[in-house]
Each structure stands twice: as structure tokens, then as C-alpha cells.
Write a protein that binds this ligand. Structure first.
Ligand code: NAD
Length: 513
């Protein structure tokens, strides 16, 4: 606890328990409902925050709109320079912020540090991008005419984030949006507001050092109600929302009804195909990291293993051996590989899913218990489970945000495995383990995996920021982070310039007056 309070102090928390921040100023210290944040690791209270009201939200949006008028006129590479400074500050605070992510959310320290590293990486990416926000130049059909397209900033970008990546996903959005000339209003998950407050402290320092206006990066602490205000708000041209499919459908509908833009990053139901040509040792390592990492609470967590019948028994046995010895414990303990679930409702969902899948015919091979005793007093620690199941079971079709791994057998050709892999509503991440080129290429082909991410001899989780991240179908269709994902944060404009003294019309239309 002493160490955690030092960390909070380092990150500037404790002095305030705000409801919002408009860049430089904190607001909402009194008269609001308070939410106390307890660590899922040991149940201790870390700090409390106030929940923003609708008036607070309105104030933040107005401040952001004012800041946009200034920020959009700052040249993009100069905006990149601000993001570079943010990246530097994140480097300085990596250790502390990583610890706080781990303690507030429950992921192990290595993953907490990894999350901060992702933020640093996206800052670096965005700095380069700030000189690369380019459109195409086309040839005009009319003589002495020039045609090209350019990208302009959009305005206020709303970011709604999930608890499981409390800071990385926001930074993917915020840093790209910032170099694109947008201002950002962030509504973090109500389960993990403290890491958001810590990040806001870091950004405030950079804004103040550069004498930038209030309102470029903003924070509003609230629950679904604030998210809903944002989705319906015509002042927010783009809402980027990360979370459950249930939430995404609501946000997508509300934003769509006002013809705004939404970027949806929703649930996954990710599978690894293991063919008879797989290197089983490699597959084993990837499966375990994918299935139990972050205690099964990643959108890219491995939930289904589709295994060829010829290697099924061998893989099943090896997986059970590893699962029997998983170090489960406090996420800040360096020997731990599996931390707690976020809260009691998540534990209930884990238990209910295991019960239901067994009623459907699934066979629980290992795990599923809720741990108790010393170190496990919170009731949030569970033993990751493996269940033999069939793909069509209702529970297998759903994303349960907990460490449950379904083992599914296939026979015959890899196309049978691909059909099973695609046979769910979600379409985020997928992998194949095989050393056979015909199988791996079939998996990557246009009749192969239908997911936004398809990997070969790499697991489903742990994407790099350089590629576009996101998925199809119920995963929402959005793309964030690398490649050309930046385009959604800007509006495209096509420009045609006539440098002749004639007035020809396109398509050769004659219209003489
Ligand atoms: P959640 O849907 O409960 O909440 C996510 C965010 O949405 C929170 O900030 C919440 O306050 C807000 N919210 C909830 N209802 C809303 C509404 N009606 N309108 C506006 N905002 C609303 O999700 P969670 O439990 O925090 O996170 C887990 C889920 O997120 C999983 O399904 C996981 O797969 C998904 N996820 C997806 C990605 C991705 O990139 N595809 C990344 C991380 C998490």
C-alpha cells in the first residue's frame, strides 16, 4: 500500500478527486456522487473520484470546441511535437503508470508496463504521421485543371474506453486525433478512472509547458449516461467506442441516427486453429498466453482452440499440465502470471458460463474454481478453465470476459477448421499454427479467416501498433492505431483548381449563357 501511495503521489493523484478536466483545469470537487475505486488485487481503496454531471459534460464540450479553433491552426508537425513531448513524459513515468494500471485493473505488472509501452509507441508513430497526413493527386479530364484531395481536422473526438485496456486504447485514439488537429474528450471506463486521471496529469504538464489553450485533451469521468450523452451529441462528429458489442450497438445507433461517424472496437471470440502440421510447442505457448493473459480479459484473448483430431489428445494433455501449475496471485508480484478478474460480477459471469456450457454438453477438463484463502480474500481470483466443447454451443458462441478456453476437435481438411473459426458472430482476431504452406495460405486467403486480424504461428493477442487494429461483424468494423487508421479522424476534401482562362464543364456538358 505504501508503494502504491508513492506511485499515486508521483502521478499527481490524491490531491484531487475530480469529475472532469478541461486540459489545464480540474473540476467537480464537490456536490457530486463519489465513486470509490478498490483494487481487484487486494480490495484496498486506492482513491475516489466524483462522477461528472450532464452540466459538467456540457462545459467540457464547450471548452473543447473553443480549443479546436486554436489547435486546428497549429501546423500538423508542430502538433506532432506536442505528442513527442507527451511520449517523453510517458517514458519518464512508465514504471509508475504501469504499476497503477496493474493495481487498478488487475493485469500483471509486465502487461501493465506493456500497456504504457504501447502508449509510448503510438506517440512515436503519431509524431511521424504528423508529416504524412496525405491525400492523392489525380489528373483532371479538363485542360489546365488540377485535382487533389486533402484531409482536414474534424473537431471534437469523443473516446469511450473499456476497463481492460484502461489507457492504451485511449492513447491510440487521442494521439492520432491530436496530430490530425482534433481535440479529444475522453470518457474512461468507470471501473478504471484513476489511470485516466494519471494520464491527464501528464498531458496537463505538457499543455502548460507549451502554453497551449485549455481543452485540447479533456477527461470526463462518468458511466454509460455520459457515454450516451456523447453518442447523441451533434457537437461530437466522431465517437470512438471500445467495449462490449451490446454497448457498441447502442452507440452505433445513436451516432448513426444523427449521421455522425463512429469507430467501434467491440467484443471478440477469437480462435486458434492447430493443424496436424503445427509445431505444438510454439502453439502451446501462444495458446496459454492468449487464454490466461490479463486473466482472459483482452478483446483478443484466445477463447477457442480448433484442433485437428490427430494432435488433439496430445495438445489437450499438454495444456492441462500447464494449467495445473499456473502461478495465480497478486498482479504486482513478479512471479504471477495470472491476476484477478476485475470484480465480483465478472467472477459470477465466469461461473455461470461454466455451468451453462456443461449443461449444453461441455466437459470441464480443469479449472473453474474461485480461489480463497490467504492472498485471495477479494474473491476475484479464479482458476482458468479448459472445456471440451462444440462450436455451436450457445456459450461457445458468446464472449465471456474471463479465462475459459474451449477445445474443439476438427477432422479432415483445414477448410473445415476455417469454417468453425468463422462460425461465430464476432470477427476480431484469429490464428493458425501450421508449418504447411498450403494450410497457412488457405487461412489467409479470401475464403480463409473472416477476422480483422489473421496471424500465422502467432497467437491471437498482443498486436503491434504499426498495423490497423480492429475486427469485422459484431466486433464493429472499426480500425485504430497504425496503417491508415488515421483517416477516420479527418474529413476528406476534393479540390479542383482551374488555371486556364476557359470554363469547361466536366463530362463535356455544353451550357453556354
Ligand atoms: P462495456 O461495454 O461494459 O463498457 C465500455 C465503455 O462503454 C465504458 O466506458 C462504459 O461506461 C461505456 N458504456 C456502456 N454502455 C454505454 C452506452 N449505452 N452508451 C455509451 N457508453 C456506454 O465494456 P467493458 O466491460 O469495459 O470492456 C470489455 C469489453 O470490451 C469486451 O467485450 C471486450 O472484448 C471489449 N473490448 C474490445 C476492444 C477492441 O479493440 N475490439 C478492446 C478492449 C475491449
Amino acid at each position: 500500500v505504501k508503494e502504491v501511495s508513492d506511485v499515486l503521489h508521483q502521478l499527481g493523484i490524491k490531491e484531487v478527486n475530480p469529475a472532469y478536466s478541461t486540459g489545464l483545469a480540474w473540476g467537480g470537487h464537490e456536490g457530486r456522487t463519489t465513486r470509490t475505486i478498490n483494487s481487484p488485487a487486494d480490495g484496498n481503496t486506492i482513491a475516489s473520484v466524483n462522477m461528472a454531471t450532464a452540466e459538467d459534460y456540457d462545459h467540457v464540450i464547450k471548452t473543447a470546441q473553443e480549443a479546436f479553433k486554436v489547435w486546428r491552426k497549429v501546423p500538423a508537425p508542430k502538433r506532432g511535437e506536442i505528442v513527442r513531448q507527451i511520449g517523453e513524459k510517458l517514458r519518464q513515468h512508465k514504471e509508475d503508470l504501469g504499476k497503477l494500471v496493474s493495481y487498478e485493473m488487475g493485469k500483471i505488472l509486465q502487461e501493465g508496463l506493456g500497456e504504457v509501452q504501447e502508449m509510448i509507441d503510438i506517440c512515436d508513430f503519431a509524431v511521424g504521421l504528423s508529416r504524412q497526413l496525405h491525400g492523392y493527386t489525380m489528373h483532371s479530364e479538363r485542360p489546365q485543371h488540377r485535382m487533389y484531395e486533402q484531409y482536414h481536422p474534424l473537431g471534437v473526438v469523443g473516446v469511450i474506453s473499456a476497463f481492460n485496456f484502461p489507457v492504451a486504447v485511449w492513447s491510440w485514439n487521442a494521439m492520432l486525433a491530436a496530430v490530425c488537429g482534433d481535440v479529444v474528450v475522453w470518457k474512461p471506463s468507470e471501473k478504471t478512472p484513476l489511470t485516466a486521471v494519471a494520464c491527464q496529469h501528464i498531458l496537463r504538464e505538457v499543455l502548460a509547458e507549451n502554453e497551449l489553450p485549455e481543452g485540447i485533451f479533456n477527461l470526463v469521468i462518468g458511466d454509460a449516461e455520459i457515454g450516451s450523452l456523447m453518442s447523441h451529441d451533434t457537437r461530437v462528429p466522431l465517437v470512438s467506442a471500445t467495449g462490449s458489442t451490446r454497448m457498441g450497438k447502442k452507440v452505433g445507433e445513436a451516432v448513426g441516427a444523427r449521421l455522425g461517424k463512429s469507430l467501434l472496437e467491440l467484443g471478440g471470440n477469437n480462435a486458434i486453429i492447430v493443424t496436424e502440421h503445427a509445431d505444438l510447442e510454439m502453439a502451446l505457448r501462444a495458446i496459454v498466453f492468449g487464454a490466461v493473459g490479463t486473466c482472459g480479459q483482452r478483446c483478443t484473448s484466445t477463447r477457442r482452440i480448433i484442433v485437428n483430431e490427430n494432435v488433439y489428445d496430445q495438445l489437450k494433455e499438454r495444456l492441462q499440465k500447464v494449467y495445473a501449475n499456473l502461478p495465480i496471485g497478486h498482479p504486482l508480484d513478479s512471479t504471477t502470471l495470472v491476476g484477478p478478474l476485475i470484480d465480483k460480477p465478472a467472477v459470477d459471469a465466469f461461473t455461470a458460463a461454466l455451468e451453462k456450457v456443461q449443461q449444453e454438453g461441455g466437459k470441464l477438463l480443469i479449472g473453474g474454481e474461485i480461489l480463497n484463502g490467504e492472498g485471495y480474500e477479494t474473491g476475484t481470483y479464479v482458476k482458468p478453465a479448459i472445456v471440451e466443447a462444440e462450436n455451436h454451443y450457445e456459450m461457445v458462441q458468446e464472449e465471456t470476459f474471463a479465462p475459459i478456453l474451449y477445445l474443439i476437435k476438427y477432422s479432415g481438411d483445414v477448410e473445415n477448421a476455417i469454417e468453425l473459426q468463422n462460425g461465430v458472430k464476432q470477427g476480431l482476431s484469429s490464428s493458425i499454427f501450421s508449418t504447411n504452406l498450403l494450410e497457412t495460405e488457405a487461412f489467409l486467403s479470401h475464403w480463409g479467416s473472416d477476422c480483422g486480424i489473421a496471424n500465422v504461428n502467432i497467437g491471437t493477442s498482443g498486436a503491434e501498433i504499426g498495423g490497423a487494429f480492429g475486427g469485422e461483424k459484431d466486433t464493429g468494423g472499426g480500425r485504430e492505431s497504425g496503417s491508415d487508421a488515421w483517416r477516420i479522424y479527418m474529413r476528406r476534401q476534393t479540390n479542383t483548381i482551374n488555371y486556364s482562362r476557359e470554363m469547361p464543364l466536366a463530362q463535356g456538358i455544353k451550357f453556354d449563357i
